[in-house]
Design a protein around this ligand. Structure first.
Ligand SMILES: CC(C)(COP(=O)(O)OP(=O)(O)OC[C@H]1O[C@@H](n2cnc3c(N)ncnc32)[C@H](O)[C@@H]1OP(=O)(O)O)[C@@H](O)C(=O)NCCC(=O)NCCS
Length: 185
C-alpha cells in the first residue's frame, strides 16, 4: 500500500461512570494505565509500583465501595484515565453537601487529548446528580499540569500545606481547592 495515502484517524474519546464490576480487559488496561502514571511520577499517592495483584484488588475495591464513584476515560476503547468521587460518611451530616474529587490521572501516552478535562467535567455532572453542591480536592504543588487544569475549570485555591506529601524522604507542599458545582447552593 502507498504509505503516503494512509490517513491517521483522530482518536475516539469516551468518558463513563463505572457502575458494575470491571471486565478483565478493562481491569488490565486500568492497571497498565496506573502503572505508567506511577512510573511517570503522578500516581495519585503511589510512589512505588505496587504488585499487580495489589493494583487489581485496589481497583476492584474502588468499584465495589458504596462511598466511591469511579469515572474512567477511554482513548480508542482503552481505559487510560480516571477520577474518583469520595462521598462523606453518613454520620457527617454537616458536610453532606460536599464530596471529595480525587485520584485523577491520565496515562502519559494519552495526555493532551483533552481527556482529563472531560473526566473532571463528567465527575462534576455525576456529583451534581448525586445532589452534592461542592467538590473539594487537593494536589501536590509539583503537579503543575493538574493545577493549570483545575484552576482553568474554576477550582478555588483556599490554602497550602507545607508537609502535604513525602516522596523519597522529601516533603512536598500541597494545594487545597473547592468548587461550587450547584449554582442553586
Ligand atoms: C494532569 C493530567 C491529569 C492532565 O491530563 P490530560 O488529559 O493531559 O489533560 P487535558 O488534555 O484534558 O488538558 C486539560 C488542561 O490541563 C492543563 N494541562 C494539561 N497538560 C498540561 C501541561 N503539560 N502543562 C500545563 N498545563 C497542562 C491545561 O490547562 C489544559 O487545558 P488546555 O488544553 O485548554 O490548555 C495529567 O497530566 C496527569 O495525569 N498528570 C499526573 C497525575 C496528576 O497530576 N494528577 C492530579 C493529582 S490530583
Amino acid at each position: 500500500m502507498d504509505q503516503a495515502k494512509l490517513k491517521t484517524l483522530p482518536p475516539e474519546v469516551s468518558i463513563e461512570l463505572i457502575e458494575e464490576q470491571l471486565s478483565l480487559p478493562d481491569l488490565n488496561d486500568l492497571c497498565d494505565a496506573t502503572d505508567s502514571a506511577i512510573d511517570a511520577g503522578g500516581g495519585f499517592g503511589w510512589v512505588e509500583l505496587p504488585a499487580r495483584e495489589i493494583l487489581e484488588r485496589y481497583w476492584q475495591g474502588v468499584v465495589t465501595m458504596p462511598a466511591r464513584k469511579l469515572i474512567i476515560g477511554r482513548l480508542d476503547g482503552v481505559i487510560c484515565g480516571t477520577a474518583q468521587i469520595t462521598m462523606p460518611p453518613n454520620n457527617n451530616q454537616a458536610q453532606a453537601h460536599a464530596a471529595q474529587l480525587n485520584s485523577i490521572f491520565v496515562a502519559p501516552w494519552a495526555r493532551q487529548y483533552g481527556l482529563a478535562r472531560m473526566i473532571v467535567e463528567h465527575a462534576e455532572k455525576v456529583a451534581l446528580e448525586a445532589e452534592f453542591k461542592v467538590l473539594n480536592m487537593d494536589v501536590r504543588e509539583t503537579q503543575t499540569a493538574a493545577i493549570a487544569l483545575y484552576e482553568s475549570m474554576g477550582y478555588v485555591h483556599i490554602g497550602s500545606h507545607p508537609f502535604y506529601a513525602n516522596v523519597a524522604g522529601e516533603y512536598i507542599a500541597g494545594r487545597y481547592y473547592y468548587k461550587v458545582i450547584d449554582p442553586q447552593k
